[in-house]
Design a protein around this ligand. Structure first.
Ligand code: GDP
Length: 184
């Protein structure tokens, strides 16, 4: 059973005491909370909401020493610039200092594919030499043609791409295996 441990705003108050963690990041409303809940098999672990941009903190979840990190959703158009800036500083500090981070899951909507914001995030984590996997979300909602297009672009950005649906459970066990293998 995973539990919510702590919300952090900077490296001084991030969770310690474990060796490895994976993180999840994506635009607001991409389906990040739903995916985390599906992966752990617990409906209410990460908060799902229809109000984009509400979760602006770094959230740590743990089962034994297995650690999942939920980063704030980016690209929320209505977010005030001041808050946006603060959020990005927080995300940058996380990626640039976090030694425990062994894998980043970059979430993108399978219907629209990688957006400009998503591309920037890919370049950013790539530039830092971080290991990442692209997750294309909500496959049950997308047409085959949309999925093909998104897959093509995603595959050009990374060798590791997984198409998922939290709603239908598509490829959730595959993702779970990746997480278990990098955290073991
Ligand atoms: P977050 O803002 O990235 O954490 O996104 P949420 O997990 O809160 O999901 C945003 C919206 O997309 C919600 O209305 C979810 O019910 C919906 N959603 C999330 N995952 C899926 C999925 O796999 N399929 C479908 N059809 N809807 C999804």
């Amino acid at each position: 059973m995973y539990k919510f441990i702590i919300s952090s705003t900077n490296k001084e108050n991030m969770l310690t005491g474990h060796k490895k963690e994976v993180c999840f990041i994506g635009r607001s409303n991409v389906g990040k909370s739903s995916l985390i809940n599906a992966v752990v098999g617990q409906n209410a672990l990460a908060r799902t909401s229809n109000t984009p941009g509400r979760t602006q903190l770094i959230n740590f979840f743990q089962e034994d020493k297995k650690t999942l990190v939920d980063l704030p959703g980016y690209g929320f158009a209505k977010m005030p610039l001041r808050i946006k800036k603060k959020m990005f500083e927080m995300i940058e500090e996380y990626f640039e200092t976090r030694e425990e981070l062994v894998k980043t899951f970059l979430l993108m909507d399978s219907k629209i594919g990688p957006t400009k914001d998503d591309m920037q995030m890919v370049e950013y984590v790539k530039g830092l030499g971080r290991d990442f996997t692209i997750i294309l979300t909500k496959s049950d909602k997308s047409k085959q043609s949309e999925i093909s297009k998104s897959l093509k672009i995603a595959n050009s950005l990374s060798e590791d791409v997984i198409l998922v649906s939290s709603k239908k459970g598509t490829n959730i066990s595959k993702l779970k295996k990746v997480i278990d293998s990098v955290l073991s």
